[in-house]
Write a protein that binds this ligand. Structure first.
Ligand code: RAM
Length: 882
């Protein structure tokens, strides 16, 4: 390679990436931060310098020259390079120097293209159809001519509601449920599509399907409400075409567009979709279609300042699954079992006579062999397709709805068609998978898969509680506890950054964090009030993103929001310094609480609340330190100390017993570092282990305690107890659901009762990730892989073998490359393996070995491990007892 005369073949760099984007078309940052991963390097390699080359589309490239730096993650856009202007494209490549004077060749190129960065770049109008039935989805179109061949075309598009765009009869892009859900009146995300290959010289048509979605459709709890953001759906599209003759043609949504009803006669996120194929308008988005009888549209008042580029990937169809079984229910209905509880919808291929109606009802579970829909509450989740007939195969999948389901009951399938051609389309935000775990215990592995599926089912643009019932809301507490797990399993940095921006926008002026973000009015929960664990998402989610992705700017972006939250709750402390204020959810869903009253936890809700205040104050001090806000840092450290002292005075007795003598109380005190010394900590660990034993090694914790209890046990030397709890199969336990055939994590430990009937409670979701937060313990402690410095710049490899497992391993694509930790027991030896990415190091903490630090590469450590240390295989004994 002439360009790299002295490159060292042992060091190779992958193409850089920018911000948290997989695709860098239409990005919203004028000075995007750049990252690169060293794909291969000699063991122990550290970067000592890099050179960036940034080139405009025409003209000479700029080079940074050799920059002495070990940074390779989210490196600031060079000061010397002008920021990107709207629509501007640059290519970026990098090469690096490192240990031993090695130098890589140039990386492959990254092409970045800015979206429209300032409001005045947007020239389109938000238009709404003037059809009589506002709630009915419609079609919108315009036609235009292009004077010359096309060099480049971009469609900038968004909606009030949901849209799917078409150009000349072809669908634009693959996004589903676009533009997703955000706090629309503050942030409306537009997409940028490269449509160069869709438009052509001569006549063209740009059109879109438009539905209600979150904007104006029914949403919320107890049936929800309509028109949450407005009554009128709207389309906003700006097509910019650069022609070969140098002209730019811009096609905007404006009052010249036309609209009509299409074949979608109704669509609701909860209700499902109805489609009458007889009402199709063939060719409606192609030139030559006669739209003379279409209605007019009108522009609506719209604030272009709200438009922003997405920071994460869109929602897409990510997988297609065939049914695993076709069942006939006792009442004679046909039910398809897809073998996995998912978020998505089905696609059918069917032939039959005009007017035949296929009805698809969705549910997560069966009871007595029939589809069981009570847990869906008001979400009827029914799709209907009316055939147009004519002898051809008709293919259909709804556009503007999504369901949480494993089973689909099919009625009305034409009798002459023997084959039920139905596939499930798994739909969620199209994030890159970054995390894997496996072990010698098949049930534990299935639990981990269930956690991953619950993440997939609930990362549908917004981190939701559940994907199936009339809820699907961005509950702050759920993601607060689950964010560490999520950040391991998938690259959700851009996704959660976006959601946090909404959190800050929707936060009340006094600092109260809404229970759900985007915030919408829901009975019982609005107006919101300050509640621990939920509100603490404002502080703890940004901190998790910083720890896991090394992104400091999310701390800056959320800083005011995090402060507002902590300042508010600190101001509500009583004279004794304890935050004992308002209605607290506390250890929500303690298994001892009766099904109809999830508030009835064993642990004092104010103990939970105050522990969280102390934790958020500590973390906020760390955030302030990272941001160089030293006055704030000092202030929040004092607050944290005061909170800790008040916690001790109020909730911990002189003998170390806590006022709530419960697992959650000890777990929080230990994990949030609220105890004064090692002796008290040891005693709390003892007591916690004792309580877990007394509770029969079954779960006795709710939302607050469950994510912490195994760690609290392990931290205090009670790995054996942690494993007994983790591997317990009798309810309540993590593995109970697995033994019942669960394919996702449930909201309640016993969402399904042992007799196969569904828990009678009002809240009985079969797809709730919160209690799956234990997967983070599997990654960090069972397999032993965690970050010791933000972004995994330094790893901690600290496996804790036990529980009768004979091996466990975790793998994670860190911002620096692939990291692995795993161990295996055989022949009286424990063998720990660690893979450390280039440009990082790892602290190794293996029982029986002196602590050590290693550089990049794959390392093996062996320790004699007598059989009695293997730990008892509790699962088997408990299984036999069952
Ligand atoms: C339920 C939600 C969620 C929880 C709230 C408090 O309705 O499903 O999991 O955060 O209640």
């Amino acid at each position: 390679m002439p360009e790299n005369p002295s490159a060292d073949a042992s060091v190779a760099v992958a193409a850089p990436t920018c911000e948290h984007h997989g695709s860098s078309l239409g990005i919203g940052a004028a000075r995007p931060r750049l990252s690169w991963v060293i794909e291969s390097a000699p063991d122990g390699w550290l970067q000592t310098a890099y050179e960036l080359e940034i080139a405009p589309e025409a003209g000479p490239a700029w080079s940074s020259g050799r920059v002495d730096s070990d940074e390779s993650v989210l490196v600031a856009w060079p000061d010397e390079v002008p920021p990107l202007r709207s629509r501007e494209r640059r290519t970026v490549r990098v090469r690096v120097w490192g240990t031993g004077g090695t130098r890589s060749g140039w990386s492959p190129l990254l092409t970045v293209e800015a979206g429209l960065l300032v409001p005045r770049d947007f020239t389109a109008a938000m238009i709404t159809p003037t059809v009589p039935e506002l709630t009915r989805p419609s079609l919108l179109r315009t036609s235009f001519d292009l004077p010359a061949p096309v060099v480049r075309a971009r469609l900038y598009i968004t909606a009030h509601g949901l849209y799917e765009a078409e150009i000349n009869g072809l669908r634009v892009g693959e996004d589903v449920l676009a533009p997703g859900w955000s706090s629309y009146h503050h942030r409306l995300r537009y997409a940028t599509h490269d449509v160069t290959s869709l438009v052509t010289e001569g006549p063209n048509v740009l059109g879109a399907w438009l539905g209600e979605g979150w904007f104006s459709g029914r949403f919320g709890i107890h049936g929800g409400r309509t028109a949450l953001y407005g009554r009128h759906t709207g389309l906003f599209a700006q097509l910019e075409v650069d022609c070969a003759d140098g002209r730019r043609v811009v096609v905007n949504t404006d009052e010249r567009w036309r609209c009509a009803y299409g074949p979608v006669t109704f669509a609701g996120l909860y209700e499902g979709e109805r489609y009458d194929a007889r009402a199709e308008l063939p060719g409606w988005s192609r030139p030559g279609f006669d739209a003379s009888d279409w209605q007019s549209v009108r522009p609506v008042v719209f604030d272009r300042d709200t438009l922003c580029a997405p920071s994460g990937p869109p929602v897409r169809r990510v997988e297609s699954r065939a049914p695993q079984a076709v069942l006939t229910s006792p009442s004679g209905r046909r039910i398809l079992d897809f073998g996995q509880n998912i978020a998505g919808r089905v696609r059918i291929r069917v032939r039959g006579h005009a007017g035949a109606t296929v009805t698809l009802r969705h549910a997560e579970v069966l009871q007595d062999g029939e589809l069981y829909t009570r847990p869906l509450r008001h979400a009827t989740s029914t799709d209907t397709y009316i055939l147009k007939g004519g002898g051809t195969v008709e293919e259909w999948e709804p556009r503007f709805t999504i369901h949480g389901f494993r089973y689909v009951e099919v009625t009305g399938w034409p009798e002459e068609e023997a084959h039920l051609d139905v596939t499930a389309q798994v739909i969620h935000t199209d994030m890159r998978r970054t995390g894997w775990f496996s072990s010698s215990d098949a049930l534990l592995n299935r639990l981990h898969e269930n956690v991953r599926w619950s993440m997939r089912g609930n990362f549908v643009d917004v981190p939701t509680d559940c994907p199936q019932r009339d809820e699907r809301l961005g509950w702050t507490g759920d993601i607060q506890v689950f964010a560490p797990t999520a950040s391991f399993l998938y690259d959700c940095a851009g996704f959660l950054t976006s959601w946090l921006a909404d959190l800050a926008h929707d936060q009340y002026a006094d600092g109260t964090v809404p229970f759900i973000v985007p915030a919408i009015p829901v009975p019982e929960w609005t107006p919101a009030w300050p509640a621990a664990l939920w509100g603490d998402a404002a502080v703890l989610v940004p901190w998790t993103l910083f720890q896991r992705f090394g992104d400091r700017s999310v701390l800056r972006a959320q800083y005011a929001s995090a402060r507002a939250w902590v300042d508010l709750i600190a101001s509500q402390r009583g004279e004794d310094g304890v935050w004992r204020h308002g209605k607290q959810l506390g250890d929500w869903l303690d298994p001892a609480a009766p099904p109809e009253d999830p508030w009835q936890a064993r642990t004092d809700p104010y103990l939970v609340a105050h522990a969280y205040l102390a934790r958020s104050a500590q973390v906020l001090a760390l955030i302030a330190e990272e941001l160089g806000e030293s006055a704030d840092e000092a202030g929040y450290r004092i607050l944290a100390q005061e909170a800790r002292a008040a916690f001790l005075d109020t909730f911990v007795g002189a003998d170390g017993r806590m006022s709530s003598d419960t697992q959650t109380a000890y777990a929080l005190a230990l994990r949030f570092d609220l105890l004064p010394d090692d002796d008290t900590r040891a005693a709390a660990g003892e007591r916690l282990a004792e309580l877990v034993g007394k509770d029969g090694h079954r779960i006795a914790t709710g939302f607050a305690g469950t994510p912490e209890v195994c760690d609290a046990l392990s931290d205090t030397g009670h790995d054996d107890t942690a494993y007994r709890l983790l591997l317990q199969r009798q309810r309540p336990s993590w593995l109970y659901g697995v033994t019942q055939g669960a394919t996702t994590v449930w909201e309640r430990w016993d969402s399904m009762l042992p007799d196969g009937t569904v828990n009678p409670g009002e809240m009985t979701s079969f797809n709730h990730y919160a209690l799956g937060a234990v997967a983070d313990f599997l990654h960090r402690v069972v397999a032993g892989l965690s970050p010791a410095a933000p972004g995994y710049r330094r790893l901690r490899i600290a496996p804790r073998p036990g529980g009768g497992l004979t091996h466990a391993e975790a793998r994670h694509l860190t911002p620096y490359g692939t990291a692995e930790a795993g161990w295996r027991l055989a022949g009286g030896t424990l063998t720990v393996t660690a893979t450390v990415p280039p440009n990082t190091s790892a602290d190794i903490d293996v029982p029986g070995l002196d602590a050590t630090t290693v550089g990049s590469g794959t390392h093996c450590f062996e320790v004699p491990w007598p059989a009695e240390r293997t730990g008892q295989d509790w699962t088997d004994t408990m299984w036999l007892k069952d």
